[in-house]
Write a protein that binds this ligand. Structure first.
Ligand SMILES: Cc1ncc(COP(=O)(O)O)c(C=O)c1O
Length: 357
């Protein structure tokens, strides 16, 4: 029998949020709501939808592998050169390419725990060791992460804001980390929820990129831009880093519809503003309700809230039976995406019922 290497066998596969159709099929119900994958509840940018409709007719052609127009627009928006940008099939693909580019069997990557689980999966898939440093007060402990660096460390992952806790690292904490990290390590700063952050002390990763540090900043069109299903994200890094990563990037890794939709979404400021506002309003409402219920939650800078419960498996099952899909996080916490007002209301009602039953 053919067998993969032991380090592949040891990987715990990623468990995505349950799709609504699946739950409805299983329970024979309708009108379920999904607050499990940090998607934009307002839907995609209407400008992106128009661009998508115009893109159908030439899908017999391969996409522009270089993503010329999207990179040009990003370059203008971010004041970085087009050569300092890389597009990915979701930002997820880019973090995986970075791991495959820089890590070999036995190398180490430092990351926080809990954080986005794909970091550890990618590192293990490359035969590397994921060195997991516990969060401190639900926040990346950057001082401890710097201490965890050894001669075998090749990469460090920082989710800012963090998934699942929604917390950020400040400018000062990040600056201090960057002073300590040796220059043969790539620091991946995953800013999937960047556009939701309102805290003025939020770390400025671009500043470190501009000063020539080994950082790979990852952002995505999956969250505030509402294009998760199209799979498109981007990375910002020095040209030499991207030249190495481009050796492994598939020639047509982002599709033509996604590129055009992302280009349109990028300039749809009204949609971004409305999405941010929906999130802020939902956040205040959920905070109020959770406080009333006496539920411990972590204040968030993203579009989801991490909250503590007695028994997450049982709460999750009860919520599912009421058609509400959230994400259990370990035995004593759940992560709930901030939804539309009606979705937030339904979550709170179901959550109250789940807590008393
Ligand atoms: C922290 C973090 N990074 C990356 C991703 C992946 O996003 P994408 O859809 O761009 O691959 C997610 C998705 O949930 C995330 O939470």
């Amino acid at each position: 029998m053919i067998q993969p290497p032991d380090y592949i066998k040891a990987i715990q596969p990623y468990v995505p949020g349950k799709p609504m159709e699946e739950l409805e099929r299983e329970l024979g119900i309708q009108n379920s709501i999904k607050l499990a994958s940090n998607e934009n509840p307002l839907g995609p940018s209407p400008e992106a939808l128009k661009a998508i409709q115009k893109s159908f007719s030439d899908i017999n052609r391969y996409p522009d592998g270089a993503g010329y127009y999207l990179k040009k627009a990003l370059s203008r928006a971010l004041s970085v050169s087009e050569d300092e940008l890389i597009l990915g099939n979701g930002s997820n693909e880019l973090l995986d390419i970075a791991v495959r580019t820089y890590m070999k069997e036995g190398d180490e990557a430092v990351m926080a725990s809990p954080s986005f689980v794909v970091y550890a999966i990618s590192v293990q898939a490359a035969g590397g060791r994921a060195i997991q440093v516990p969060l401190r007060n639900f926040i990346h402990d950057l001082a401890a992460m710097a201490e965890a660096v050894t001669p075998k460390t090749r990469m460090m992952f920082i989710a800012n804001p963090n998934n699942p806790t929604g917390t950020i690292n400040t400018r000062e904490e990040f600056d201090r980390l960057m002073e300590k990290v040796p220059d043969d390590i790539l620091v991946v700063v995953d800013e999937a929820y960047y556009e939701y952050v309102t805290n003025p002390d939020y770390a400025d990763s671009l500043k470190h990129f501009r000063s020539g540090k080994n950082v790979l900043i990852l952002r995505t069109f999956s969250k505030i831009y509402g294009l998760a299903g199209l799979r498109i994200g981007y990375g910002i890094a020095k040209q030499d880093i991207l030249a190495d990563m481009n050796r492994l990037r598939e020639p047509f890794n982002t599709n033509s519809i996604a590129q055009r939709a992302a280009l349109a979404a990028l300039s749809d400021e009204a949609h971004v503003t409305a999405s941010r506002k929906t999130n802020e309003t939902g956040k205040s409402r959920l905070y109020r309700e959770l406080e009333e219920l006496g539920t411990c939650f972590v204040p968030t800078e993203a579009n989801f809230i991490y909250m503590q419960v007695e028994d997450s498996a049982s709460v999750n099952q009860k919520l599912l039976s009421m058609g509400v899909i959230v994400r259990p996080m370990g035995p004593k916490a759940i992560r709930v995406t901030i939804g539309l007002p009606e979705e937030n209301r339904r979550f709170i009602e179901a959550f109250k019922a789940a807590l008393v039953n």
